[in-house]
Design a protein around this ligand. Sequence first.
Ligand SMILES: [Zn+2]
Length: 360
Amino acid sequence: MRLDNRFVFAAALLVVLSNQLVALEPIPEKLVVLTFDDSVRSHFTVVRPILQKYDFGATFFVTEGFDFPTNKQDYMTWEQIAQLHKDGFEIGNHTRDHMGVTAKDLPKLKEQLEGIAIRCEEHGIPRPTSFAFPGNAIDEGGLPILREHGIRFARRGGAPEYPYERGRGSAYEPGLDHPLLIPSAGDARPDWEMDDFTNAVAQAQRGRIAVLQFHGVPDNAHPWVHTQPDKFEAYMRYLALGGFRVIAMRDLEKYVDWDVTPQKYDGVIKDRQQAIANHTSRDNYRWANDRDKSRAWLENMAVYHRFSTSEICSATGLPAAKVEQLLTDFQLVDQPYPTHQADEPLTVLPYPGGRHPRLS
Ligand SMILES: [Zn+2]
């Protein structure tokens, strides 16, 4: 018991220190990251004006693979890519040759990343800090190489939790997903209908973030991942009318500490696979049924355990606006941590939501 308490206290200290260094904003509901792969020309001609109309952020993951150097009917020029950067969009790294991150090709990954980083510098674009896995191939051995190269966030596909074909996926769960293995909540396909899109973005709640993967709009060179322009326009209108916050991958830094990684890179992937196989939900939350209990639980989470709003949402199932209203009503906002004298008995409080304990 004594050992347990010491361990919990040490864990608490680490988290408090890391939070003090980076003042993160609570993850809002309806947070969507838009990403576009493969340097497709329609990113400039079709996607850019639509995103500008709605004032949406986005990341364009560029590569010189396929026949990028010679086919300017289907691929952007570097001048167009530079213009996307000047417009305020993020340019991300998708390797020079669209090389899959597989065990066999790991020795080439550094050079492949550098190939794009140098091109960016030549065109006045900052060295990318976001990455997308080409062909959605992932290998654990690539993670330290990406980190050494200065990559903070990296996006994969919806696999292995979901099969590639339908483009389904899971929302990003910061703290559980490795920041270099962020799943796509949806990976647009030519036969997608509005429901496929709305199901993907509906996952953006209770601290989860929907990261969407698109290719060309249209995509003549990669027809299996093509999106029709009128469908794309309807998707974006849905986000705008629905009050979604639409950002680039690098903007995740406001909400997520990219330096915090889970102990097992694939722990949450296995949990999801099991839940999908068993047809069960991974949601695990409940809320008190009266006012006194509500206040006590909120005080426990917000004051004693210093939960963020999104963590309270995950534990209670309440929307962020409701949590913030209750914290204000109960006068629990910005309360100092309760003092504790050395000779007082230890306070033992439950830790809602089943997260890793972090306070004594
Ligand atoms: Zn690609």
